[in-house]
Design a binder for this molecule. Sequence first.
Ligand code: LLP
Length: 421
Amino acid sequence: MDHFDIRDGVMHAEGVSLETLAAEVGTPFYCYSTATIERHYRVFADAVAGLGDGNPLVAFAVKANPNLSVLATLARMGAGADVVSGGELARALAAGVPANRIVFSGVGKQPHEMAAGIDAGILQFNVESEAEIGMLAAVAATRGVRVDMAIRVNPAVNPGTHAKISTGGQDSKFGIPIERCHAAFVTAAGHASLNPIGVAAHIGSQLTDLSPIESCIGRLGELAAGLRAAGHPVDRIDVGGGLGVPYRADQPAPPEPAVYAAMVARATKGWNCRLMFEPGRMIVGNAGVMVAGVILVKEGTTKTFVVTDAGMNDLLRPSLYGAWHDIRALRPVAGRMTATVVGPVCESGDTFADDREMEPVGAGDRIAFMTAGAYGATMASTYNSRPLVPEVMVSGDRWAIVSERNQPAAMLALDALAPWL
Ligand code: LLP
């Protein structure tokens, strides 16, 4: 479900023509639909509302889309935030997410980032190693506070997703191997500055099958039961994010939030604790598109290349994961073409789609890469000294640039000539 439709022959984001935006902002750019973000958050939050102790926390995974306006939209709806760096923490706070709804995850938090979280008064740290327990205890002690933390478990569950976005397998850097988690919790409880209060897991992203999540939750439950039996309070269980979104119409759609929630309800029945969720992609994935211009169409020996003014530096997912994004014309015309859609970056991997059957487009036309709201602009870079792609947000018939395109002169100004040159 999204709010990108063809009206009067032109793709609109809610009430705003993407052609108008392209003329005003220039291409490429990302465009987000407020109504879609709000709807997805509402559907997810409503689905999990009664679970656990009846006070679940939905902490949006900021990494999926850290744009300030996106975060502020979610903060107004009551979302919390799952952050993995001092930068994400600062963004979540600036967007108005209350500190007591912020969870700090990540395998390599640095002391200054821990201190920033503690000073802000965040809800909890999800600790990913025995070494980190000692680090967090030391930082908390220097601040004179006792911080709430959960042990992030590596449950050794294969989520059955792309290897690069799988985080719960035995060889993964994430979490503490489950067989050591009880001992880690006890170690944490031995630090006066730590208050271990929960267990957490996140096994991977773009999951389309719920059974790995269900087995992961089962393992968290066994761990929690063992800890409780040993007299440790386990009041919070964080089941992570990971629910997939539909990228392709010709593939089965991932489970709906209501189906996911029913599974969680079943798997956590009688646990009597606060449940925490960290959805990212499913909130914002379908809420964004990347609009690009077609520079030219080039006939190769065996392929027709559509060369766009967006490159892999603007939308990395296809080159990094072989990810599929539907590509649509902003002004669709009758017929089909088969084209390999590429960017201008000097890498063969700068390919968005290979021999894709799509709506016919030619030089000067504009296209939209669909389902680009999650892990899109945030993974952009300035490779090939290209300006960072701007972001636009639409709400009804209003729109605003919510992240500017940085200019070549500004990028150059960050460099300095070494004094000997
Ligand atoms: N919680 C933790 C601890 C995570 O590491 C992640 C994602 C999430 C929550 C949110 O997962 P989601 O609900 O969005 O699946 N760049 C990749 C995705 C990397 C996901 C990393 N962790 C992509 O473009 O597919």
